[in-house]
Design a protein around this ligand. Structure first.
Ligand SMILES: NC(=O)c1ccc[n+]([C@@H]2O[C@H](COP(=O)([O-])OP(=O)(O)OC[C@H]3O[C@@H](n4cnc5c(N)ncnc54)[C@H](OP(=O)(O)O)[C@@H]3O)[C@@H](O)[C@H]2O)c1
Length: 244
């Protein structure tokens, strides 16, 4: 039996319209799953010209957590759910996160919406003995200059991974996480599209390069698979050695 065969499984990737979430969605699809993805834009067509957004073969729906009650008004187009990947996230620059409106905005998305999704899908995941994967960040492990909200929200998401892992293991839900180091996506374009900044970032990484969204997707496949059946509440750091 192929342990990463997700045939007949249903996967939802929140933040699956782009970057790491999109790569995870496509990886689950390539391994047989029916995959739903959420993003902020009105339709899948709105991502057609976007690098890092391949929505082919995925079932797209709009879900913008900055709109009040967005999730409360949503009705699932699937009856059961086997894997939930929470990859929504944002960061603000120019010291905006040192102002309370900016701080709140980032924490609302990176932490509050994560908990909201966990609660919304808990019963569905319990029914299938499913897997929940929270994408936090290497930022959960160290200070991040200029980004207090990103840092606090990601440390919070990692804590949530542990605590829900403990709370829901007895229900058959395995909660685990991924902490990416530096991955080229639209979130990090401000660095990767500037050659001097990119070089400086690569110099801090023992592997000498930034990671790919596909490398993060591989961890999601592993965590959701029977290969990880005894792993609970853990966040796997994947940073090319950056924090060593
Ligand atoms: N890239 C890295 O180096 C890195 C490192 C550590 C952790 N991470 C984490 O990895 C996760 C994925 O990030 P990424 O790098 O793949 O960036 P990305 O390409 O910008 O993806 C972010 C995703 O979050 C969605 N999103 C943004 N605002 C939202 C909102 N208000 N409501 C609902 N969804 C929203 C985006 O939707 P749209 O496509 O519609 O904008 C997109 O699907 C994030 O949690 C991020 O913090 C990334």
């Amino acid at each position: 039996m192929d342990p990463i065969d997700f045939t007949a499984k249903t996967v939802l990737v929140v933040g699956g319209s782009s970057g790491i979430g999109n790569a995870a969605a496509q990886a689950f699809r390539a391994h047989g799953a029916g995959v739903h993805v959420w993003g902020t834009r009105a339709s899948a067509d709105a991502y057609a010209a976007e690098a890092g957004s391949d929505l082919q073969g995925l079932r797209y729906a709009q879900m913008d957590f900055s709109k009040d009650g967005a999730l409360d008004h949503w009705h699932p187009p699937f009856e059961s759910l086997d894997v939930l990947v929470l990859s929504q996230g944002m960061v603000l620059y120019k010291r905006e996160e040192f102002q309370m409106p900016g701080f709140r905005k980032v924490v609302e998305l990176n932490l509050m919406s994560v908990m909201q999704c966990c609660m919304r899908f808990r019963d569905m995941l319990a029914a299938t003995k499913g897997s929940l994967i929270i994408v936090s960040s290497a930022a959960a492990f160290h200070a991040t200059k200029g980004n207090p909200a990103y840092n606090a929200s990601k440390a919070g998401a990692m804590g949530l991974t542990r605590t829900l892992g403990q709370a829901w293991a007895a229900d058959g839900i395995r909660v685990n996480g991924i902490a990416p180091g530096f991955v080229a996506t639209k979130l990090t374009a401000v660095t990767t599209e500037n050659s001097a900044r990119l070089r400086a970032a690569e110099e801090r990484i023992p592997l000498g390069r930034v990671g790919t969204a596909e490398e993060m997707a591989g961890i999601a496949l592993f965590l959701a698979s029977p290969l990880a059946s005894y792993i609970v509440g853990q966040t796997i750091l994947a940073d090319g050695g950056m924090l060593l």
